[in-house]
Design a protein around this ligand. Structure first.
Ligand SMILES: Cc1cc2nc3c(=O)[nH]c(=O)nc-3n(C[C@H](O)[C@H](O)[C@H](O)COP(=O)(O)OP(=O)(O)OC[C@H]3O[C@@H](n4cnc5c(N)ncnc54)[C@H](O)[C@@H]3O)c2cc1C
Length: 382
């Protein structure tokens, strides 16, 4: 009887635990998931919370529901991982494992946004999204600036999605005196994704009338001015910031960080195993910087499916040799249109070069895809 412990009940943890529990017979093993919030939050819908299209409760599900699917759920804070002892320590207990999957994500730190300006908000958390909603509701005229503070952050295209939705919302309200602007440290929109996606985004920004300012390194937000590290000043009336993202504390405390990857978890690029340990995997945001990837739910999803199969195969002594899916599909709701982009990130992971991408289109009808995907997600697992 083996014990598979999954740390985190976000996208990667959910997919892994669900698939291991589904495949394993009860006499073969058990699955234990540990998450400190006790809730799964479907973050791709956070921009809709900011726009008033969703309430936070609409995109959250209690993880305890998973107990019906033979997943033991522990609502607790992971403090330490000791791979040499096959042990995880939480706030209240110590747990041994035969296989460990770390999917603790990345931690958006609103408190590290260099600002004390009440007109700056962030939809990267639920509270932050509700604050953005309040500011947007009262916004009538002026410039709304959308800008990430630093790399890495969850969902590289999301600041653009937020900008498009904001423009759409303002236009629907007839607020024609509102200008929406994206200021980014990239020199061109979607810079690391290569020419196809860069051109696609540039075209959509032009079409909808959103200005892009590149090469902006944020120093601070103060009294309606964004000060950049190179001494420029960009005026705004409201700013939507992407906060700095830090590695989860247990990764640092347990000595599992990769200094070449902003101290996120180290991992073998091919097997997704913690180097030196055959029974410890890292997936999703927590390893994205070590894989040269942006932080996306789609990566956590495919990696979770792969790791679940690898663990079940290993328990059964069957062949383990498959590679994980390195594709990334981005489905975005831009208000005036939906868009779908697909990239194969194999070259990005191994050579650090542009991924191979196609833009599968833009058009109002494609908006429905994001709504359909959200529905699929929240009904498939819960
Ligand atoms: C605004 C926004 C829009 C996005 N849009 C998209 C999109 O359109 N498409 C897409 O693919 N991705 C999108 N993403 C990114 C996507 O949500 C993440 O990449 C994905 O959730 C990562 O999954 P994960 O399992 O690695 O981490 P998470 O989903 O963050 O899960 C980590 C879990 O670990 C738990 N945890 C953390 N630390 C501890 C601890 N010490 N003890 C116990 N539990 C802990 C957390 O509570 C959390 O439940 C978006 C994200 C945001 C913020």
């Amino acid at each position: 009887m083996k014990r598979v412990v999954v740390l985190g009940g976000g996208i990667g943890g959910l997919v892994t635990a669900y698939n291991v529990a589904k495949k394993l017979h009860p006499e073969e093993g058990e699955v234990v998931m540990i998450d400190r919030t006790g809730y799964h939050l479907f973050m791709p819908s956070l921009p809709w919370v900011a726009m008033g299209i969703r309430e936070p409760r609409d995109i959250m599900r209690p993880l305890k529901i998973l107990e019906k699917k033979r997943i033991k759920v522990l609502v607790d804070e992971v403090k330490l991982i000791k791979p040499e002892e096959h042990l995880v320590a939480t706030n209240t207990t110590k747990l041994n494992y035969d296989y460990l999957v770390v999917s603790l994500g990345s931690i958006p730190r609103e408190d590290l946004i260099p600002s004390n300006d009440p007109n700056v908000c962030t939809p990267w958390t639920t509270d932050g999204a509700m604050n953005c909603r309040k500011l947007l509701r009262n916004f009538k005229k002026g410039t709304i600036l959308i800008t990430p503070v630093s790399w890495p952050y969850k969902c590289p295209p999301a600041p653009f999605e937020v900008a498009f939705l904001t423009k759409y919302l303002m236009d629907q309200r007839g607020a024609t005196d509102v200008k929406v602007k994206v200021a980014h440290f990239w020199k061109v929109p979607m810079e690391p994704f290569g020419p196809v996606i860069q051109e696609g985004f540039k075209k959509m920004l032009d079409q909808i009338g959103i200005e892009f300012v590149g090469g902006v390194q944020v120093e601070k937000f103060e009294n309606g001015t964004l000060y950049t590290k190179s001494g420029e000043k960009i005026k705004y009336d409201m700013a939507i910031a992407v906060p700095p993202h830090l590695p989860p504390e247990p990764i640092i405390e347990s000595g599992l960080s990769n200094p070449q990857a902003f101290n996120f978890m180290k991992v073998d690029k091919k097997s997704l195993k913690l180097p030196g340990y055959d029974n410890v995997y890292g997936i999703g945001d927590v390893v994205a910087p070590s894989l040269n990837l942006g932080m996306g739910g789609v990566f956590a999803h495919f990696q979770g499916e792969h790791v679940a199969s690898a663990i079940v195969d290993d328990i059964r002594g069957s062949y383990v040799g498959d590679d994980y899916n390195k594709g990334g599909l981005c489905i975005a709701d831009l208000g005036y249109m939906g868009t779908v982009a697909y990239c194969d990130f194999t070259k990005r992971i191994y050579q650090g070069t542009f991924p191979d991408c196609v833009m599968l289109g833009g058009g109002k009808a494609l908006r429905v895809l994001k709504f359909a995907f959200e529905k699929f997600w929240l009904t498939k697992f819960f």
